[in-house]
Design a protein around this ligand. Structure first.
Ligand code: C5P
Length: 232
């Protein structure tokens, strides 16, 4: 089967320290968002992309990919979850499942996406790509209290995972979950957190660690390496 993908891209990327939002930075001759969209649309199980943009965005419309027949644009909101909800509300209720994928993750592997999509046949409500944590994890005290970052304790890294995207859930459940989180003003940073708040089971599907979220300047070179290597 084929699915719609909601791509939240309405953030301003303030951690990147550049004038333009991070998805419009160039890597290997194309903007990050073009890499992400092209890689999604090349997958045989992706029907269309619902791209959620900032209402003030003027850059996307200037890209050649803006006229792609399988990309539809909607306006985003204040927080990431508002933007995702705007994308979900655009879909028809006939769609049983939906994918959500960050614009800032151009390096996901098509095979990982295929593995995630198999969840639809397993009788679950959904799941996410994730990678096991490799480093030792420290919990720090609030820096405002000590004016230094000081370790409070070490978290066991056993059973600890990094949550990536794509994330794949039943549409009705995800809408309900995100609306509930929004009503309760709970700040969530991924779709799975909202599903968890409802007490539902989220499956972790181990994906490749090369699926980085471009966040800081040093991520650009690494992303370029992964993107050009995959094309060899
Ligand atoms: O800020 P962060 O890296 O977590 O953002 C993840 C994704 O969510 C980015 O692609 C960003 O553009 C998007 N986002 C959004 N609407 C917001 C905030 C973030 O679509 N209000």
């Amino acid at each position: 089967s084929q699915y719609s993908v909601v791509v939240p891209a309405a953030g301003i990327g303030k951690r990147m320290k550049t004038d333009c939002p991070k998805q419009y930075l160039h890597i290997a001759g194309k903007t990050i968002i073009e890499h992400t969209l092209t890689n999604l649309l090349e997958h045989s199980q992706v029907q269309r992309v619902i791209l959620v943009l900032n209402p003030n965005d003027t850059l996307f419309a200037q890209l050649p990919i803006a006229s792609h027949p399988r990309i539809e644009v909607v306006e985003g909101g204040q927080e990431r979850c508002d933007s995702v909800l705007a994308g979900l509300n655009y879909l028809s209720d006939n769609e049983e499942w939906v994918l959500v994928h960050d614009a800032a993750r151009p390096c996901f592997a098509a095979t990982d996406l295929s593995t995630l999509l198999q969840l639809a046949e397993q009788g679950s409500i959904g799941g996410i790509l994730a990678t096991p944590v490799r480093d030792t994890m420290k919990r720090a005290f609030d820096v405002n209290v000590n004016r230094q970052n000081i370790v409070k304790h070490t978290e066991s890294r056993e059973h600890l995972w990094h949550a990536l995207t794509p994330q794949f859930f039943k549409l009705a459940a995800l809408k309900k979950a995100l609306n509930t989180a929004a009503e309760q003003k709970i700040n969530i940073t991924d779709e799975a957190s909202a599903i968890e708040l409802l007490g539902e089971k989220v499956l972790l599907v181990e994906g490749s660690a090369s699926n980085i979220k471009i966040t800081q300047p040093e991520d650009l070179l690494l992303a370029e390496f992964y993107l050009t290597q995959n094309k060899l």
